[in-house]
Design a protein around this ligand. Sequence first.
Ligand SMILES: C[S@@+](CC[C@H](N)C(=O)[O-])C[C@H]1O[C@@H](n2cnc3c(N)ncnc32)[C@H](O)[C@@H]1O
Length: 241
Amino acid sequence: MIRWDIHGVPYSTIFNDKYFCTQNGYEESLYVSCQGNNLKQRFSELDPGIKGTFTIIETGFGTGLSFCCAWQLWQQWAPVSWMLQFISIELYPLSNDDLNRALSLWPPLLAYKQTLSAQYRPFSNGTKHFYFDNRRVHLTIVFDDVVAALKEIYQQGMVSCGADAWFLNGFSPFSNPRMWTAEVFKGMALLSRQGTTLATFTVAGFVRRGLEANGFVVERIPGYGKKKTVLIGSFSPSSIE
Ligand SMILES: C[S@@+](CC[C@H](N)C(=O)[O-])C[C@H]1O[C@@H](n2cnc3c(N)ncnc32)[C@H](O)[C@@H]1O
């Protein structure tokens, strides 16, 4: 299921696509997922006088790289009274060895890799919870197909007031259209509130239109590496005509 290219980057033999770019997956993830959702600024502006929860939902946990990037920023910028709730979805989980090998590419994430891989196990289905930093970081992985997983997150009431941000990370929409269907965008809308943001590496027209039809206002911004543009957006249900 997983192969490694000559640069040590993992790619999926099911989808014939890489988990992250060859140039620098760590910087790419920080740029697209984290900066695309303006996380550093939003984390640093959280009110230290209250106990709150910041919720990110991700489609495609993969190697855990995007999670580790968000976690690193959380440690650096968020007030200690807040909790990061990171919910991710994964149908084809990596083994612990593969996750370790992939995350070993990024020296700045060494401590996060060690802490994550001490708990991480791949499951064929079900919802699993992992807690880090004295429960200041709560990772939930729903091991299921994306549509069923979004339903599960909604029906179980895992997100009380709508997510704060989305990481859309499900391989190229051309190699994996199942991650980018109308059902997925509808599920996202149900789990969003006015102002929920999103970021993704894909700018495919049908993805933009699908998001827009479900209340997301999207725009293209300059991309990372070989990608000319990437997509960011925010939820504004009144934008639907
Ligand atoms: C580009 S990789 C994610 C990269 C990840 N964010 C990281 O930091 O390594 C896309 C992920 O989506 C998962 N995936 C593909 N199709 C899926 C589906 N239908 N439902 C849930 N997950 C799926 C793949 O197994 C893969 O791990």
